[in-house]
Design a binder for this molecule. Structure first.
Ligand SMILES: *Cc1c(COP(=O)(O)O)cnc(C)c1O
Length: 411
């Protein structure tokens, strides 16, 4: 049983790249009483959030909201548009891309996994770079029969801190004159990193609630293009709960075919109000700036940033590679125990080699300064030789780069 003396004083620093801290304003919105999900008040809420969330995805087409974690929305994306044995081309950017690939295989798809070969600083090269659109173009050009039905990529690879160029992937598919659908996981990118479902020609975008949207876990999304809806009409993978058609039909009145997660929808309504009032451009600029400040700290420590390609640095999180022989999870554990700060663990192929600092959602310069202080103390206590003070470097960066004003922009 949890006892009160276990709970430390002050605020815990939740600096993992999802779930991200939930603002008080959203927690309060979710504390409203649960209402009748078939009643008139609910219909109005449903219509409002469905319209608002389209603005967040930057799409004029339907966005489906599931009461499920992001993994459910991955499955929904695949099962709605594909048939057993279909060939899909996926790209290995890291652990999340690998999990989606594993799921595709389990669902009975022929999931090909493209990657850059080789390793660098003891980690796979492909886990330090963005999606290589040229490799996708080359592979699609070789598929003269158009056996490949979909190209699946992760926009913000949360296990590494790499944000791939999705417009470049679209261009590669078009340059190969290939009809494959483009499916993108932006579970951790949405509402933090720039994302344009329509302009980038994405057919299915998958996202989730607990990262940039600043909500608790438990809600996820599929944004779908007209081409994806067309494909869903003949797709043969079994689906029932995930089927888009019934949900889209019921959503026309603001309702769902089953009981939706009412209180998370109150939260989503509040999150959209906050994000749209600030303006998405301001939200993206804020995250870019935090990323710059945190990377300045990592460089000053003399440690290696997991993302090795500056053009695809993630504005959402930064992966920090440990010197040879240092267990990243031991450093994380020490920082958690001594300074009440949670950092992201290394996942899959980089377990123990690196940790992740989240800089997304409900943060500000001083929450990040606190997290960086925790990291710096923890690294020193773990015996890691630091070249200099990352805390000072980040303070210098944040001081020299004020948040662009006006911060408030009309929605
Ligand atoms: C968090 C995350 C997932 C998994 O989402 P769950 O809500 O944990 O199921 C998948 N892909 C990416 C890129 C993520 O960041």
């Amino acid at each position: 049983m949890l006892t009160l003396d276990f709970h430390p004083t002050g605020r815990h620093f939740l600096q993992i790249p999802g779930p991200s801290p939930v603002p008080d304003r959203i927690l309060r919105a979710m504390s409203l009483p649960t209402i009748d999900h078939r009643g008139p008040e609910f219909g109005a809420l449903g219509l409002k959030v469905l319209a608002d969330v389209q603005k967040i995805f930057q799409t004029r087409h339907p966005v489906i909201i599931y009461p499920a974690s992001g993994t459910g929305a991955w499955e929904a994306a695949l099962t709605n548009v594909l048939s057993p044995g279909d060939h899909v081309l996926m790209y290995e950017t890291g652990h999340f891309a690998s999990l989606w690939h594993k799921m595709a295989t389990r669902l009975g798809l022929r999931a090909e996994f493209l990657a850059l070969p080789g390793t660098e600083a003891g980690v796979p090269l492909s886990w330090r770079r963005g999606v290589q659109a040229a490799l996708i173009e080359e592979r699609l050009k070789a598929d003269a029969q158009h056996a490949i039905k979909a190209v699946c990529v992760v926009h913000n690879e949360t296990s590494t801190g790499v944000t791939s160029n999705i417009a470049a992937v679209r261009k590669a598919i078009d340059a190969a004159k290939h009809p494959a659908l483009l499916m993108v996981d932006t579970i951790s990118g949405l509402a933090s990193a720039e994302y344009k479902h329509d302009d980038w020609g994405v057919d299915v975008t998958v996202s989730g609630s607990q990262k940039g949207l600043m909500l608790p876990p438990g809600m996820s999304f599929n944004a779908v293009s007209p081409k994806a809806i067309e494909a869903s009409k003949s797709a043969k993978l079994p689906k029932a709960f995930w089927a888009w058609d019934e949900i889209i039909e019921m959503n026309k009145g603001g309702y769902w075919p089953y009981t939706p997660n009412t209180n998370l929808l109150y939260g989503l309504n509040e999150a959209c109000d906050m994000l749209l009032a600030q303006g998405l451009e301001a939200v993206f600029a804020r995250h870019q700036r935090w990323g710059e400040g945190v990377r300045a700290a990592v460089r000053a420590w003399g440690l290696e940033i997991q993302c090795a390609e500056a053009s695809v640095y993630s504005p959402v999180l930064t992966g920090v590679i440990m010197p040879e022989g240092v267990d990243a999870d031991a450093v994380r554990k020490l920082i958690y125990e001594r300074f009440d700060c949670s950092l992201g663990t290394g996942l899959g192929k980089v377990k123990g080699r690196m940790f992740r600092i989240g800089h997304l959602g409900d943060c500000n310069d001083l929450t990040l300064m606190a997290a960086l202080s925790g990291c710096e103390m923890g690294l020193r206590l773990s015996g890691v030789k630091l070249a200099g003070s990352g805390v000072v470097a980040a303070m210098d960066y944040f001081s020299a780069h004020p948040i662009p004003r006006p911060l408030q922009k009309a929605a």
